[in-house]
Design a protein around this ligand. Sequence first.
Ligand SMILES: [Zn+2]
Ligand SMILES: [Zn+2]
Length: 137
Amino acid sequence: MQLNGACLCGNVQITIPEIVEEITVCHCQMCQKFFGSSFLSLPGLSAEQFALQGAEFVQRYASSQWAERGFCKNCGSSLFYHALGQDYFFPTGLFEGVTGKIVQEIFYDKKPEFYQLQNDAPKLSEKEFLAHLFEGK
Ligand SMILES: [Zn+2]
Ligand SMILES: [Zn+2]
């Protein structure tokens, strides 16, 4: 399924020709600060798997030694999490008509207690997620 997205002001446009809408929710503290709440993320995409227009409006912030986060210089919309040299992860909120479902929630032990999302997807704590990440390498 193709997805078309844009920031609030429309200066940055993102087109993803083909994606499986499997949504991961990240509750880590950095995502909460950057996205304003937990991060509802589309699957990771390499730079060849999407087209971005308005790159001159994208400000990148090095949020750690291994990742950067992008936002629109004009309107401030959070645009992506990018694991350096690897994939880009875009928030569902930028795109029209996302109908996918949540397939996992990560850093679940960092989720604020005042809400929970209704789904039966696996929920991994920070420790469980990191262990899972490193065992896959
Ligand atoms: Zn913008
Ligand atoms: Zn996160």
